[in-house]
Design a protein around this ligand. Structure first.
Ligand SMILES: C[S@@+](CC[C@H](N)C(=O)[O-])C[C@H]1O[C@@H](n2cnc3c(N)ncnc32)[C@H](O)[C@@H]1O
Length: 245
């Protein structure tokens, strides 16, 4: 059996009771090490809390050759595959699930909080977001995230930008780099933007302000994401005032 388990966003204690029980029963525990990172946990910390060895799994292991590792182990025993956030949100491990189906391996999914819903803490109505986009590293010739923003604004919808990351190399895009990318593509300098760092953790930082000001502000707390609000309802405005600097 393959159990795909969401870890939530903050640290080892964000796991659900069902998730923890599944890990305790597993013969092997893999951790998706490339799609996101807990705000405040190390692999050693996870191992200590679970009382199990945790095998870090990079993109190649999960997406190119899972039949040699995760799925081979799941064919003969119980495997827990841990994913930061919710395992089927933003990161979709649908491919792994389909490959498991082909090998007739039963799959169970244990959900958890995702950055896609945790940004509700900012106070903008989640119903009023348009398409989410990711700003990748090496984005000089990539315009699609800006085009998504333009489309969303036309429909008066807020935009959540996820920001690229490379956890094994400790490389994370900061929200001010995301703002810089948008300003280079004609985002108005006075546009209100909201930077979000380590959402869902005790160290969470939310900061709102004009793009030209926040582009000069940085926090060494990762992961981070960026929101560009559309026209706000007065209650949204009221809450967002709390994050103004
Ligand atoms: C591919 S998404 C991860 C999706 C994950 N499965 C989930 O449900 O949250 C990774 C991106 O989400 C954003 N992100 C994830 N966790 C975050 C957090 N706690 N605070 C701020 N942004 C976060 C970052 O921009 C990061 O690069």
């Amino acid at each position: 059996m393959l159990t795909i388990i969401g870890l939530g966003l903050s640290d080892e204690k964000d796991i659900t009771v069902r998730g923890l029980e599944a890990i305790k029963k597993a013969d092997k525990v893999y951790l998706d090490r490339y799609t996101s990172q807990l705000a405040n946990a190390t692999i050693t910390g996870l191992e200590k809390f679970y009382g199990k060895k945790v095998i870090p799994a990079g993109r190649n292991l999960v997406e190119n050759e899972p039949e040699q590792t995760i799925l081979k182990d799941a064919k003969s025993g119980d495997v827990a595959f841990l994913v930061v956030g919710d395992p089927m949100s933003a990161t979709t491990h649908v491919d792994l699930r389909l490959r498991a189906d082909k090998l007739k391996i039963p799959v169970r999914i244990i959900s958890n909080t995702s950055i896609l819903t945790a940004v509700g803490v900012v106070g903008l109505d989640l119903y009023k977001y348009g398409r989410t986009s990711t700003i990748p590293f090496g984005h000089q010739n990539i315009n699609s995230p800006y085009e998504v923003l333009q489309q969303n604004l036309k429909s008066n919808l807020h935009t959540l930008f996820l920001l690229d990351l490379d956890p094994p190399n400790n490389r994370f895009m900061a929200f001010n780099e995301g703002i810089q990318y948008l300003l280079e593509r004609r985002l108005p300098k006075k546009q209100l933007v909201i930077g979000c760092c380590q959402v869902g953790s005790e160290q969470q930082v939310l900061i709102a302000g004009e793009a030209e000001k926040l582009v000069k502000t940085s926090f060494n707390k990762f992961p981070q994401c960026l929101i560009v609000p559309a026209k706000m309802h007065f209650m949204e405005e009221e809450i967002v005032k709390r994050w103004l600097r």
